[in-house]
Write a protein that binds this ligand. Structure first.
Ligand SMILES: [Zn+2]
Length: 470
């Protein structure tokens, strides 16, 4: 079944160039002029875009099912969050780590993933989870098998850290013993790093996440550590990147301090997470190596506003308050210099509905234009993830779509507050207006998810028309 989504505006990419000038708004101008997008629900593929005059010509004799939105709605690619932790809790991180099983974490993580999909995020990249038994990989595979509705998920099972680093957060005394005392994979030395990378890949990580510098949350028993300190040696970092590269797995590097950012970019990681104190040398290294930065503003602003009931995040909040203005200035400098940016919220279990606030933060705190921010959470993010079928609206792309009430080029906060319709791969997963309230349409969407197990977007599942588009 093919549908025609009719809206006032479509924000889309007209080419695959990594350049925001290639992103554009196709405007219907006013409530009488509309634009349309044809989607094949069975294949989950976008067929073509229509102007108002093309819609006028097409519709009288068309067999398309028309989903006609009221004036003032804008259609965008599904959002992509490149930095989420689906199973990490918002507040008392250490207690939950000790008290919850991996099975429990997987159930919570699935709920969070579904909440993010409902908020418009059709693709996520996991930045590692505080659970050594790969629950996020299990969630991703279960969604891919069609057992649960959810976003497509790629990323790392864990973060690799030095002893006492950001992946070794615990308050266990040195004479006490637990079988899994650390929340991340600990690797001290080149051999341990090699083993950690190989273990991640063996159990399903399609990214390697490495904590190159200290973290805002680094161990409370190591209060002198700082996010500005570099944790891994150059030898450890290089063997990580080389081993991952041999296996064709990209590396995402957590790095706050300027030295760690430069070292990570020069070693060939694909993205720098946070990049908080990036300086001119770091900017130059990112530009030279083609490295993305993923700034993650929301996690800081969330804890600054909401605090931490248990006190578990107090140290992080204190560092955040002390360094905020420098952080915003550093990211703004990188944006102005033309470093590639992808959106990442650093989601840690808050209400998923607020996650798209990261778009607004990128504008207000990172000196981006509204279009640059949208691009960071769609086309640029897809390029970072090397997923060329998502993040853009064009014939042959996967129909991952968000429809919002209002114009995000006028008010970027609409990407958080105005989401009323979400489609993932042709499956309608949110429809606040009940606008697609056609029984055959609903059957199509539900049946496709439940009666076609193993439906992944492979050519064998795609009709002749769609194959031509691809
Ligand atoms: Zn993170």
């Amino acid at each position: 079944m093919k549908v025609l989504l009719v809206v006032s505006n479509i924000i889309t990419a007209v080419t695959s160039e990594v350049d925001t000038s290639y992103y554009q708004q196709i405007s219907g101008d006013d409530c009488h002029r509309r634009v349309g997008l044809e989607v094949d629900l069975e294949c989950g593929i976008i067929h073509r875009l229509y102007t108002q005059s093309e819609i006028d010509l097409l519709l009288p004799n068309s067999s398309l099912t028309v989903i006609n939105f009221p004036p003032g709605y804008c259609l965008l690619p599904g959002y992509i969050d490149c930095h989420v932790h689906l199973t990490i809790p918002t507040d008392n991180y250490q207690m939950q780590f000790l008290q919850t099983s991996s099975a429990s974490n997987a159930l919570t993580g699935l709920k969070n993933a579904q909440g993010l999909l409902h908020a418009g995020f059709t693709t996520l990249r996991s930045a590692g989870d505080a659970d050594l038994f790969f629950p996020t990989v299990a969630i991703a595979k279960s969604i891919d098998r069609g057992e649960h509705v959810g976003p497509r998920i790629v990323g790392a099972g864990h973060y690799i850290s030095v002893t006492g680093g950001g992946g070794d957060i615990n308050s266990i005394a040195p004479d006490k013993c637990l079988c899994c005392p650390s929340d991340g994979l600990i690797a001290d030395g080149k051999d341990a790093m090699l083993a950690a990378v190989r273990k991640e890949i063996k159990f399903g990580s399609d990214w390697i996440k490495i904590l190159v510098t200290g973290a805002f949350m680094t161990s409370s028993t190591n209060a002198k550590d700082s996010p500005e300190n570099t944790h891994f040696s150059i030898d450890e970092l290089e063997i990580c990147v080389q081993e991952a590269k041999r296996r064709r797995v990209p590396v995402m590097a957590h790095a706050h301090g300027a030295d760690g950012i430069i070292m990570a970019a020069q070693s060939g990681v694909r993205s720098i997470e946070h990049a908080s104190f990036i300086d001119q040398n770091g900017i130059n290294a990112c530009l030279k190596m083609g490295t993305w930065i993923v700034p993650t503003f929301l996690v800081g602003s969330y804890f600054e506003v909401n605090g931490s009931d248990s006190g578990a995040q107090d140290r992080m909040i204190e560092i955040q308050r002390r360094t905020n203005s420098r952080y915003y200035e550093c990211i703004s400098n990188a944006v102005k210099a033309g470093v590639k940016v992808a959106l990442g919220s650093d989601f840690v279990g808050w209400d998923p509905a607020i996650t798209a606030r990261e778009f607004r933060h990128m504008v207000e705190l990172g000196s981006m234009t509204n279009m640059q921010s949208i691009y960071a959470g769609t086309g640029s993010a897809a390029d970072l993830l090397e997923m060329d079928k998502v993040g853009r609206i064009a014939p042959g792309k996967i129909a991952d779509l968000v429809i919002v009430r209002g114009d995000p080029l006028v008010d970027i906060s609409i990407l958080e507050s105005g989401v009323e319709f979400v489609m993932k791969g042709g499956l309608i997963v949110r429809d606040d207006l009940s606008i697609a309230n056609d029984s055959s349409l609903r059957f199509m969407n539900i049946s496709r998810q439940w009666y076609r197990p193993n439906y992944k977007l492979e050519e064998t599942n795609i009709c002749g028309d769609c194959v031509e588009q691809i």
